[in-house]
Design a protein around this ligand. Structure first.
Ligand code: ZN
Length: 528
């Protein structure tokens, strides 16, 4: 409709300008207003409400992208519900991350005072689910053939990142790290109030695989930072020391009905054990660990988490701990440092060698996974290609039939990756051969793998010294940057007879003097 005295042409321009202004204003609302002000603005009048909720909710989408990576629901192409999802997800996440308080008045909001305890309370669970969502965004597939189904599922933490970008380029991981600083979620590590010394070995909670423990494990790199985490509280070390020396029958690394659930309790005790040795002032390795360049310490993964990815970092740094054979039994009984017994001190690889306080190992995937060339003696000790037996087929079938998360066990014989390695131990060169077995998602987080490897020495004729084998079994954390587990002497026997201890290795980039063939900025020599 023409306005009197104003040429139609000018009117069109005015309308255009007005349109641009509306767009500009709503863009500013999207970007500039904080959540609290946004809510106040929205309540001011109908026009303000339209600006916030109009345009099919595009404003929420813009706010979402200012904070988070491209979400899984968009990657999977659910365009129709996208815009509504953006609003809901944005509010849920911001409420839990307690960047805001109860502004959005979502039912079941986690309050800013949220304090983690057992991880089982409803509010803790809601927050843990949001953290998991931020870490990976993957739903558990309801299928026994999960490897096929999920091979292409991307996780949203790095939705538009290429491998090699540093972790905090991921908005999601940045939000998670901010959240960690505000809560006690990593500070209650191992403080679940259980007296491990009072428990019989059979009562140890190796079936406990809660989402809280899983997320604490996944966030391990934050626990090896010096910034805010200098280890002052050493409570829990006795339990950790006992757990890491337990034999493979008493404390299996993999457990659950299908034998493919990671024993998160045990893994957390390993993290605690190494934190104590690396971060406690006065411990021999602490100054060496602190002296490492940032990129030479355990780090986050740098690309999207995926299920069953064939990749293995090239350079690894780490340590292993041991005590004398007689002392192991004292530790396993929980008697170290109790009563009249002195605290048994762990001996650590390299702790007396200031030139190489950490062990260095180079690992590389083999071009073929041909199991026919795999040493049968190694396999006998490691069971690298032997899929764990399902303990209770009936229960599992019922679970699948009810649409619950499938255990989705992996066939180790057909979906594993072989690798070789070299390293130096007290100036003696050793070799390694091993396998990576992809594991099902653990509590909804993909990318876990079982690692088995045999460390061996060869004589001048290149034959293996079968009397000096050291077996390793451990867990590769999602993202493939850290592995922790157990070494043992295969000639000593299993169960109570087992002579064993803990090890840790983490992937590091090439250093300046590196002359390796795979030398590149990230030194990861990743596989296919
Ligand atoms: Zn290198």
């Amino acid at each position: 409709m023409a306005v009197r005295g104003v040429p139609a042409e000018s009117e069109a321009v005015a309308a255009q300008v007005a349109n641009l202004l509306v767009i500009q204003i709503s863009h500013n609302i999207a970007v500039l207003l904080n959540d609290k002000d946004l809510v106040s603005f929205r309540a001011a009048c109908k026009a303000a409400q339209d600006a916030v909720e109009g345009d099919a909710g595009a404003l929420w989408r813009r706010r979402f992208f200012a904070w988070f990576e491209t979400p899984q629901f968009q990657l999977t192409g659910q365009r129709k519900v996208d815009l509504a999802n953006f609003k809901v997800k944005y509010q849920q996440r911001k409420a839990v991350l307690h960047v805001i308080k109860q502004i959005f008045q979502i039912r079941g909001n986690a309050k800013p005072t949220l304090s983690f305890d057992t991880g089982r309370r409803r509010k803790e669970q809601a927050a843990l689910r949001v953290l998991r969502d931020l870490i990976n965004g993957v739903q558990l597939p309801i299928s026994n053939h999960f490897l096929e189904d999920t091979a292409n599922i991307k996780t949203e933490a790095f939705s538009d990142k290429q491998a090699g970008d540093i972790q905090y380029n991921s908005k999601n991981l940045k939000r998670v790290a901010e959240f960690i600083q505000k809560t006690n979620i990593l500070k209650i590590l191992g403080k679940d109030g259980r007296d491990y010394f009072a428990l019989k070995p059979s009562e140890l909670p190796h079936h406990h695989t809660s989402l809280l423990y899983t997320i604490q494990c996944v966030l391990a790199p934050l626990l090896f930072c010096f910034d805010d985490w200098h280890m002052k509280d050493q409570s829990g070390f006795h339990e950790a020391q006992k757990m890491v020396y337990l034999d493979n029958i008493t404390a299996p690394i993999l457990t659950g009905l299908n034998g493919q659930s990671v024993n998160m309790t045990w893994l957390l005790k390993n993290i605690q054990f190494w934190r104590y040795h690396f971060l406690t002032v006065g411990e021999p390795l602490c100054p060496h660990f602190e002296g490492l360049e940032d990129n030479q310490r355990p780090d986050f993964w740098a690309s999207q988490l995926r299920q069953g990815t064939r990749r293995l970092g090239f350079h690894w740094k780490g340590s292993y701990a041991f005590v004398d054979r007689a002392e192991i039994q004292i530790i396993r009984k929980g008697e170290s440092g109790q009563g009249h017994n002195p605290q048994i001190q762990d001996k650590l690889n390299g702790e007396e060698d200031p030139d190489s306080p950490f062990q260095s190992v180079d690992l590389a995937l083999c071009s073929t996974d041909d199991s026919s060339t795999w040493n049968r003696d190694f396999e006998r000790h490691l069971n690298s290609l032997k899929t764990p037996k399902t303990k209770d087929a009936r229960t599992r079938a019922q679970k699948s039939a009810t649409g619950g998360p499938s255990n989705g066990e992996v066939d180790f014989a057909t979906s594993s990756y072989r690798f070789d390695g070299d390293g130096n131990d007290y100036e003696e060169e050793f070799h390694m051969q091993g396998w990576l077995n992809p594991l099902p998602p653990q509590n909804g987080i993909p990318g876990w793998q079982r690692v088995t490897m045999m460390k061996y020495f060869v004589d001048k004729y290149d034959s293996i010294d079968m009397e000096a084998l050291w077996a390793y079994e451990g867990i590769m954390f999602p993202g493939g940057m850290i592995m922790m587990g157990r070494w043992w002497c295969p000639t000593d026997g299993v169960g109570e007879e087992m002579y064993s201890g803990p090890f840790v290795l983490w992937n590091v980039p090439c250093d300046n003097e590196c002359v390796c063939a795979d030398h590149n900025e990230f030194g990861d020599g990743m596989g296919v």
